[in-house]
Design a protein around this ligand. Structure first.
Ligand SMILES: [Zn+2]
Length: 295
């Protein structure tokens, strides 16, 4: 089954119930959210009643709660010593919150080594993950390391780097990978023949480790190491390649999440992008239509 959704908001008054309703308004059958703002670590307590209501609603409409994703905030960085303790403490609390929400997956950026070198960065993140797992009791959450664009000193733009981290983490059953099409393109991977990419992935890491795919077009050329997301079909990857990835039969039942930019920073494009994906027909006038509210 095609599982398609986008990232959605989460605010302290409506929590996961509000996130679910936003996702449904886009015609999505799964979604991803941050448990607060993506750029900070201010988090509110989980409201059991709202969580229960959301789970009830998901059951009613047949949405699989096991496929819903939480994204850790960008500012945690396990690779670098300066932010290490802060990141470990935040992620322990975050995993406890996610367990409370009954969510199974958390996407995490491996981090940036900020000058100490990739090998040292990989060592630090692995050490951090082992420490985190040792501190969270009865953990049911799998951490999905996201493949990165290789901007600045980012770790994880090569599959081999992700593999090295996975090898060093003891709780293997609670580790997986999140692919991001924009990041893969910007990191230098050729998405023309995605089966070939998946074969490479399978050899290095193992297909069974893929827990989520971020579907984004890219504003930049392959191998640019930039990481700027573009709306579906409006970037350098293009609609046809993205559709082939979304409908690749090896990736069935893996949640596909859009993190494309708001039009003019104001209008969420997700309802319309999801529609295009479901119909497999690209609308080259989509952005203009959203802008003119002519849709
Ligand atoms: Zn991400």
């Amino acid at each position: 089954m095609l599982l398609i959704g986008s990232h959605v908001g989460f605010n302290k008054n409506t929590q996961i119930l509000g996130s679910l309703e936003e996702a449904l308004s886009y015609g999505a059958n799964t979604f991803m959210f941050y448990t607060g703002a993506p750029q900070n670590t201010i988090r509110s307590q989980i409201d059991e009643k709202l969580t229960e209501k959301a789970r009830q609603k998901m059951k009613e409409i047949g949405m699989d709660e096991k496929k819903i994703i939480v994204h850790a905030p960008y500012i945690v960085n396990l690779c670098n010593e300066e932010k290490f303790d802060f990141s470990v403490n935040f992620l322990v609390a975050e995993l406890e919150r996610i367990n409370e929400l009954g969510i199974k997956y958390m996407v995490l950026h491996p981090g940036s080594h900020v000058g100490i070198g990739i090998e040292k960065g990989i060592e630090n993140i692995s050490k951090g993950l082992n420490l985190i797992f040792s501190k969270v009791k009865n953990n049911n959450v799998t951490i999905l390391l996201e493949t990165m664009a290789g901007k600045g000193t980012e770790v994880g733009s090569k599959l081999e780097e992700i593999k090295e981290i996975l090898d060093k983490v003891e709780e293997k059953e609670h580790m997986g990978v999140c692919l991001d099409t924009c990041h893969l393109n910007d990191a230098g991977y050729d998405l023309e023949d995605f089966d070939e990419f998946l074969n490479t992935f399978d050899k290095i890491i193992g297909l069974e480790k893929i827990g989520c795919i971020h579907i984004n077009d890219s504003k930049n050329e392959q191998n640019s190491h930039k990481d700027r997301h573009e709306n579906i079909g409006f970037g350098t990857i293009g609609f046809d390649k993205l559709i082939k990835i979304i409908y690749n039969e090896k990736l069935e039942n893996i949640p596909k999440i859009l993190e494309t930019p708001y039009v003019d920073r104001e209008y969420a494009p997700y309802k319309y992008e999801i529609e295009m994906i479901k119909n497999k027909i690209f609308d080259k006038d989509l952005i203009q239509k959203i802008r003119a509210k002519d849709i």
